[in-house]
Design a protein around this ligand. Structure first.
Ligand code: ARG
Length: 285
């Protein structure tokens, strides 16, 4: 009897020991690991089928921009690379928001439509926030305050002193831009809209057009850096033109990018990028 008891006791001890070893032996953890693996696999599956990760976010977002809008986005003459204020800004915003982006360039006039149809996820191209565009795409808060300005060939400064003098004149601009719209709605000028704004400037410089109407930062940059002082801005800055970053309607990353923009405006990153491309910021902006 005693022996039996001892054996039972020992067996019991042995069982306890094995059980204890079992748990320290990763038995349970392994099961948990397997479960994790499965979740990971499930997530992997989603990744491979629709390019999203487990949180439903896409891995790489396509950014549509232009390649001929100094100094916001243009091809650097020496390196051939796409550079500019918008490029630096969207790169910093993507980093802040923790997303990956891939930049694609196309004609400016195709960007709003491409966002509207969901072909691109993000659009940044010195694009003015307008009521009309808001019908088909969503925007962030404004990230740059521009405005339109008229410019003429240096020989024309006495004839065209402001927008009030353009009636009946040929005024060049870019197709699909807010300037084209402005000319049609507010003046009796003869608008001539080119696919690339550089063509508009060249026509004015060659005397084939009387003036050009376009976004002030672009006109200023072109006239200083490219036109050797022969393209002169005249009159006051017209209209407020707030630039916004565009998205397809209802986009899930608009808010993320908008929050990142607020952060970059607050932490000085926005100012650094601004100063790199435009010099010191004017007071109160
Ligand atoms: N701000 C104007 C607009 O939204 C002109 C923008 C031109 N931008 C460009 N990347 N070409 O219509």
């Amino acid at each position: 009897m005693n022996k039996k008891l001892i054996i039972t006791f020992l067996l019991g001890l042995l069982l306890l020991f094995v059980a204890a070893c079992g748990s320290s032996d990763d038995g349970d953890t392994e099961e948990a690991d397997n479960a994790n693996d499965e979740t990971e696999e499930a997530a992997d599956d989603t990744e491979s089928t629709d390019g999203t990760d487990e949180s439903g976010d896409k891995e790489v977002y396509t950014v549509a921009t232009d390649n001929a809008y100094v100094p916001f986005e243009y091809l650097d003459e020496e390196s051939g690379e796409l550079v500019g204020f918008d490029i630096d800004l969207i790169t910093a915003l993507a980093e802040e928001a923790g997303i990956e982006i891939e930049i694609e360039t196309l004609e400016f006039s195709g960007i709003v439509a491409g966002l509207g149809s969901g072909k691109f996820d993000i659009g940044i191209a010195g694009m003015t926030i307008t009521e009309e565009r808001k019908e088909s795409i969503d925007f962030t808060q404004p990230y740059y305050e521009a405005g339109l300005i008229l410019a003429v060939n240096e020989e024309n400064v006495d004839e065209i002193k402001s927008i009030d003098d353009v009636d009946g004149k040929v005024v060049a601009t870019r197709v699909g831009s807010t300037s084209e719209e402005y000319l049609k709605e507010n003046t009796d000028a003869k608008p001539e809209a080119f696919p690339e704004i550089v063509e508009a400037y060249q026509n004015v410089l060659a005397g084939r057009a009387d003036a050009v109407l376009y976004d002030l930062p672009n006109v200023q940059y072109y006239s200083e850096k490219e036109a050797g002082g022969k393209l002169i801005t005249v009159g006051e800055k017209l209209t407020g033109e707030d630039y916004g970053i565009g998205f397809p309607k209802g986009s899930e990353i608009r808010d993320k990018i908008d929050e990142a923009l607020t952060t970059l405006k607050e932490n000085g990153t926005y100012d650094d990028i601004y100063e790199k491309w435009f010099g010191d910021r004017p007071e109160g902006t």
